[in-house]
Design a protein around this ligand. Structure first.
Ligand SMILES: NC(=O)c1ccc[n+]([C@@H]2O[C@H](COP(=O)([O-])OP(=O)(O)OC[C@H]3O[C@@H](n4cnc5c(N)ncnc54)[C@H](OP(=O)(O)O)[C@@H]3O)[C@@H](O)[C@H]2O)c1
Length: 237
């Protein structure tokens, strides 16, 4: 059972993609840290998120968005028009079969991964950035596999390329907002046992999420873009 203080001092975070896995774990951890959380699901499978929200009705709001669909992003933006956020974090992401070679997969499959992992997060950032406080934080879940410099084995090449594209897009956003006082974070969480990470990953959600939230919230008040891992170390681009 999460112990929550009655008056959240940490502000409000909009957390996109919180129905399961790392995102669901982050909802509980942000509440423990004193934040109010607006957590999104896609409206299909999110029983655990709803159970958590039912246990903390004063601290967790559940909203619906599929970041692949611009009309749903716009509709959520409309519903949030009167709100402001200390932080926005886009956790939503997808993967494909790890051994698939880019040149051999269907165009639709490549587009699916790229839209969810790179274009979708940027749509969310562009739509919601004006609701994030001037000294707030905007973060996205990237991956160590998005690092071009660290690509030594080539596996997961479709997924890798989508996270590299995400990193590049966020760098472009940062360049366009170079005088912005907000912190921008690309987070590489490590290999974690989730539906996406699979059962063979070395880390669990429960042990990983407090580290990830430490790193993320530790970037508050530090303007500019950082690509950091679960220990807060810079990841080579
Ligand atoms: N697990 C790892 O080892 C690992 C490593 C590096 C990076 N990451 C990244 O960490 C993030 C979370 O991954 P995870 O391991 O927790 O995976 P997961 O258990 O598969 O969860 C993925 C989450 O993203 C949501 N999502 C997927 N597509 C979406 C869309 N179009 N719109 C809105 N939400 C969407 C899912 O919602 P539904 O329930 O509706 O599908 C779910 O909540 C992802 O960005 C992933 O790339 C994970």
């Amino acid at each position: 059972m999460i112990q929550s203080s009655p008056n959240p001092a940490g502000g409000t975070i909009l957390l996109i993609g919180a129905s399961r896995g790392i995102g669901l774990g982050m909802v509980g951890e942000f509440v423990r840290r004193g934040l109010h959380v607006i957590a999104t699901w896609r409206g299909t499978a999110g029983a655990d998120l709803h159970a958590l929200a039912d246990a903390h009705p004063d601290r967790i709001e559940v909203e619906t968005v599929d970041i692949d669909l611009p009309e749903q992003v716009a509709a959520l933006r409309d519903r949030m028009a009167s709100r402001t956020f200390e932080a926005l974090f886009v956790n939503a992401g997808t993967a494909n079969m790890k051994d698939e070679i880019a040149g051999e997969i269907a165009s639709e499959e490549y587009a699916r991964v790229l839209v969810t992992n790179a274009l979708g997060p940027m749509r969310v950032i562009e739509a919601f950035q004006d609701l994030v406080l001037p000294d707030g934080l905007i973060g996205v879940m990237s991956s160590g596999q998005g690092s071009i410099a660290n690509n030594g084995n080539g596996l997961h090449e479709v997924y890798r390329s989508s996270k590299s594209a995400l990193n590049q897009l966020v760098r472009s956003y940062a360049a366009r907002h170079s005088v912005d006082a907000r912190a921008l974070v690309l987070l590489a969480p490590g290999w974690i046992r989730t539906r996406l990470g699979g059962p063979g990953a070395p880390f669990g959600v429960e042990e990983s999420v407090p580290m990830l939230v430490d790193v993320l919230l530790g970037r508050r008040g530090k303007p500019g873009l950082a690509f950091v891992d679960r220990d807060g170390n810079t990841v080579p681009w």
